[in-house]
Design a protein around this ligand. Sequence first.
Ligand code: NDP
Length: 341
Amino acid sequence: MALTRRGAEVRLVARPSGLPRPEDFAIVEAAVPGPADGEVLVRNRWLSVDPYMRGRMNAGPSYAPPYRLGEVMYGGATGTVIASRAPSLAEGDVVLHSLGWRELASGPASSFRKIDTARAAEQAYLGVLGMPGMTAYVGMLTMAGLKEGDIAFVSAAAGAVGSVAGQLARLRGASRVVGSAGTDAKVSYLTGRCGFDAAFNYHAGPAAEQLAAVAPDGIDVYFDNVGGEQLEAALGAMRPFGRVAACGSISGYNATAASAGPRNLGLVVGRRLTIRGFIVSDHEVLRGQFEREMSGWLAAGAVAYQETIVDGIEHAIDAFLGLLRGDNVGKMLVRLPAAAP
Ligand code: NDP
């Protein structure tokens, strides 16, 4: 009979109101049976920490189904197959899956995708070469339809999605790329490693004034990760036929009441603006193209990326709260030990 192992997992046990609290989660030792026919067992190495997980903690609909109380925090993860009863995956294969924040993951082999760690580090498949990178690619190139000569503005620009979105605008011929982020160190990261022309710290003053200072001729494209005041500022700065890729609205994710605005939405008509919301998972058809192009850019050193790593599944909740506070530069990840102690 297959050996049953034990592994820690993080479960949601209460629905947060406002900012989540550690008491909303529990870390539990769960029994994980060995794989049945057609299944594999995986020891996770990297857990993805993502803003959309906040929406899934609410009872109401978000674009992903709500977590059930007592359920594991499902989400992206990678690890190594340690037992296989499926012909498509062998022990030692490194795989990507969406079974979330747990040390051990088991299930049908079809729930796991083998990844090529010669092409990029395992955890890059959760960041620049994974869902966030592809979100930037779809949003900037398809939704906003960035064209040569455009002036582009990206908010939450030092994060996993934003940092890539700005660099893609540059690679595709934007004449000016500007960004915003929550600390001066992030602003330096944007204008340094990520090659943005200018950036501002949105805590340092009104977004509209700071945007006008870094983009005095206005903007053609806004890649919106945050909503709220920065969306209003971006609409105000839009040139005729400008486009907004509406990717996220993190400034409101912990709000307990809906906020008003943007107050200048009327500009959409006169300036013939397009605001286009999108969800990356609707664009799976572009995955092959994205991975080919992004691998090429990474190999050529044309796209820079950074990771913020928190060690240990017992710190996954701190990592998530840190993400909401802006502790991360680039992709927020939790790293687990490579092998059982
Ligand atoms: P990030 O790596 O960008 O991390 C989140 C960042 O948001 C923090 O680092 C923080 O940076 C910033 N932030 C937090 N609170 C606020 C606030 N009140 N105002 C402005 N910025 C804030 O996360 P991702 O790159 O994974 O995600 C970025 C956005 O993209 C999110 O809105 C997310 O929901 C969305 N998304 C959408 C997808 C889609 O398919 N549409 C897919 C993936 C992500 P700072 O220090 O700068 O404040």
